[in-house]
Design a protein around this ligand. Structure first.
Ligand code: ATP
Ligand code: MG
Ligand code: MG
Ligand code: MG
Length: 465
């Protein structure tokens, strides 16, 4: 089954079950300042879950474009290291707004996987939230699944929240067993890290609204929000273990191989580049420009990380923007908004490439020379800061290089160096105001400085989160 066929099968199935098919919303949430990017299918329905908005349907189904880079759900550092994580992915979802609840959510999911897609039940593993006896009974007694492929998990995995605030609730998850050839134990076991059992579907029983102080207020009506990664399901359906080997990625990885000269299509830098072109292109399509704060800085970080991986493969020229065409060929039909923005996306990426190309090489030289002289495995904070400040290396880019060489970055030292520079900037600007003999009551100069500080703090916050 191709990815396009899976998207269609999913929507058709849920439409038959009385759901309204709704188009993906942008990756930038339209009215949610608490959220950096749309990280799940439920985001466009947040107000509906909270009872602040009503729609003319109580069941919906979507294929939602999602970004998980920054904020509560951040997979940037996983890309290139696991078989299952992307910064950009598509989430298949079905939603009930106070209509059906746990039993139907479970029945629909099981029917879709085992009847519609004909996946063998023996390959599937189910988890529930450890305090959710009702869900456990539904799976084991009502559905009659095997207790041998079932486990209870704690809140870390089985209590889902969109962010620090907003709709949340206990969940039940379905995993696919890729077989004993792959290392890793079942969910909830001590060996669960690893990629043998891959989580494919999360069914969230939306029951609460979490406020900033952590209080959980019951939602007006218990609801359902499910999310299944298209790429992970496509890997299962296409008998691949690694998401990057599915149809959607093949042409992109191949083009990246042509552009960089790297022949091994399973090279992790090619996969990183293929992942990053997707998140960057969609982020720009949805209106973000590279910048030094917030969403724009996340975009800039991803672009620079991709360029650095190209450089690692020996490509120091402009290449990244040349992947937009092949991406549009793969995804332009499902997302006409992307096809429409192609020229703009190429232009923005090319400009950012030109900008970074000037300093990347010198920065990499400095870093490599420094690494050659290192006596411990910790890259000093001042070096990371110099790379950031002089060469435009986002901290996670330096951390990415470090990780490849089994080194780490002294992040505290980085922050200290950043703070020291702010301090210098502050005293310099005070001196400037005083020397002109003027007191700047409207505070314009200071305020710009302050906003910049905030931007840095935000950048750090994004990184630390
Ligand atoms: P994981 O534990 O593998 O990181 P998750 O528990 O963080 O996944 P959920 O928040 O439950 O994921 O999201 C619902 C579904 O979306 C997952 O079951 C998975 O199929 C898919 N998914 C989540 N994160 C990613 C990602 N970074 N790349 C691709 N698919 C993802
Ligand atoms: Mg995750
Ligand atoms: Mg999980
Ligand atoms: Mg999950």
């Amino acid at each position: 089954m191709t990815s396009a066929e899976i998207r269609k099968a999913f929507l058709d199935f849920f439409v038959k079950k009385g759901h309204t098919a709704v188009h993906s919303s942008p990756v930038v949430p339209s009215n949610d300042p608490t959220l950096l990017f749309t990280n799940a299918g439920m985001v466009q329905f947040k107000e509906t879950f909270l009872g602040q908005e009503t729609r003319d349907y109580t069941r919906a189904t979507t294929v939602q474009r999602c970004i998980r880079a920054g904020g509560k759900h951040n997979d940037l550092e996983n890309v290139g290291y696991t078989a299952r994580h992307h910064t950009f992915f598509e989430m298949l979802g079905n939603f009930s707004f106070g209509d059906y609840f746990k039993e139907d959510a479970i029945r629909f999911a099981w029917e879709f996987l085992t009847v519609e897609l004909k996946l063998p039940a023996e390959k599937l593993w189910v988890t529930v939230f450890e305090e959710d006896q009702e869900a456990e009974d539904l799976w084991l007694k009502t559905m009659g699944i095997s207790a041998e492929r079932f486990s209870r998990c704690g809140a870390k995995d089985n209590f889902w929240s969109m962010g620090d605030t907003g709709p949340c609730g206990p969940c039940t998850e379905i995993f696919y067993d890729h077989g004993a050839e792959v290392a890793g134990g079942p969910p909830g076991s001590p060996e669960e890290d690893g990629d043998r059992y891959i989580e494919i579907w999360n069914l969230v029983f939306m029951q609460f609204d979490r406020s900033a102080d952590g209080t959980l207020t019951p939602l007006p009506k218990p609801s359902v929000d499910t999310g299944m990664g298209l790429e992970r399901l496509a890997a299962v359906m296409q008998h691949q273990h690694n998401n990057y080997d599915i149809d959607l990625f093949q042409a992109i990885v191949k083009k990246a191989s042509e552009l960089t000269g790297e022949k091994d299509l399973s090279n992790s830098s090619l996969r990183v580049i293929a992942d990053h072109i997707r998140s960057c292109a969609f982020t720009i399509t949805d209106g973000v420009m590279p910048s030094n704060e917030g969403r724009g800085y996340v975009l800039r970080r991803i672009i620079r990380r991709a360029i650095r991986h190209g450089y690692k493969l020996g490509q120091s020229g402009l290449f990244f923007h040349q992947l937009v065409g092949v991406l549009v060929e793969q995804m332009g039909e499902a997302y006409p908004e992307l096809a429409k923005e192609q020229a703009n996306v190429e232009r923005v990426l090319k400009l950012e490439e030109e900008r970074f190309a000037e300093t990347l090489e010198n920065g990499m030289k400095l870093l490599e020379e420094y690494i050659a002289t290192m006596k411990t495995n910790v890259i000093a904070g001042e070096i990371a800061f110099k790379l950031y400040d002089t060469y435009g290396f986002p901290l996670d880019l330096t951390a990415d290089v470090a990780r490849e060489k089994n080194l780490i970055v002294d992040e505290k030292g980085f922050e200290k160096a950043m703070e020291a520079q702010r301090e210098r900037a502050r005293s310099a600007s005070n001196f400037g105001a005083a020397s002109k003999g003027k007191v700047n009551y409207n505070g314009t100069t200071q305020f710009i400085g302050y906003t910049q500080d905030n931007a840095d703090a935000k950048i750090m916050a994004i990184f630390v989160n």
